[in-house]
Design a protein around this ligand. Structure first.
Ligand code: CA
Length: 223
């Protein structure tokens, strides 16, 4: 999962970036509205956490542009305690949820999980595929009820593939979901993680789409 974090407060931004990274998200942090809008037009993200009070164009303006351009992205806005009007305006301008500062990090991550679930069209908090059960809240994976131990990046990669079962995920997209901008990507690491997942979960789970990327075929037991 790749998050765009837009927050001008350096302390809060830094704290959020490192905590969200610990939760397994790839986090790109920008400090003003214009640069957020620029990168939204050329890059793809899975979620956006957007502060409304920004130094140049407001978060509200960024949000309006996102919705006008029909960028398909769940957005959670951050607002000040006394700014009821902002929250109402934010929701009416297309925000999916909001949090009032100061907030608890656990609440933020729980809300982000709800947003991605809703975005994927799921009610069930557990992602199920055949014998696999993936729980985003405690980051556990079970196969036939047996707990499987995965590293943080293996887990993230698996959840991307399962959440998008039936659709090919390009290598670029998967790499973006695993790493933020500031991290160096070695070109073969994605292949290495895929190899580990196949070893742990069975070699038939993930299909290689030559020259494009990878996919988990749709689960035939469901739907
Ligand atoms: Ca601010």
């Amino acid at each position: 999962m790749r998050i765009l974090l837009v927050e001008d407060d350096p302390l809060l931004g830094e704290g959020l970036q490192s905590s969200l990274k610990m939760e397994g998200y790839a986090v790109d942090w920008l400090r003003d509205g214009e640069s957020a809008w620029r990168s939204l037009r050329i890059e793809s993200f899975d979620l956006m956490v957007l502060d409304l009070g920004l130094p140049d164009i407001s978060g509200l303006e960024v949000l309006k542009r996102v919705r006008q351009q029909e960028i398909d992205l769940p957005v959670l806005i951050l607002t000040a305690r006394d700014a009821l009007e902002d929250r109402v305006l934010g929701l009416d301008s297309g925000a999916d949820d909001y949090l009032i500062k100061p907030f608890d990090l656990d609440e933020l991550t729980a809300r982000l999980r709800v947003l991605s679930r809703r975005h994927a069209g799921r009610r069930d908090p557990i992602v199920r595929h055949g014998k696999i059960e993936l729980n985003p809240a405690n980051r556990q994976v079970r196969v036939d009820g047996q707990k499987i131990s995965l590293t943080r990046r293996e887990f993230n990669l698996l959840s991307m593939l399962l959440e998008n079962a039936g659709q090919v995920q390009t290598k670029a997209r998967l790499q973006q979901a695993l790493y933020g901008w500031e991290e160096d990507i070695e070109s073969n690491t994605l292949e290495v993680y895929i190899h580990h997942l196949r070893r742990k979960l069975g070699k038939d789970l993930i299909t290689t789409v030559r020259g494009v990327g990878y996919m988990v075929p749709e689960d035939e037991a469901v739907e």
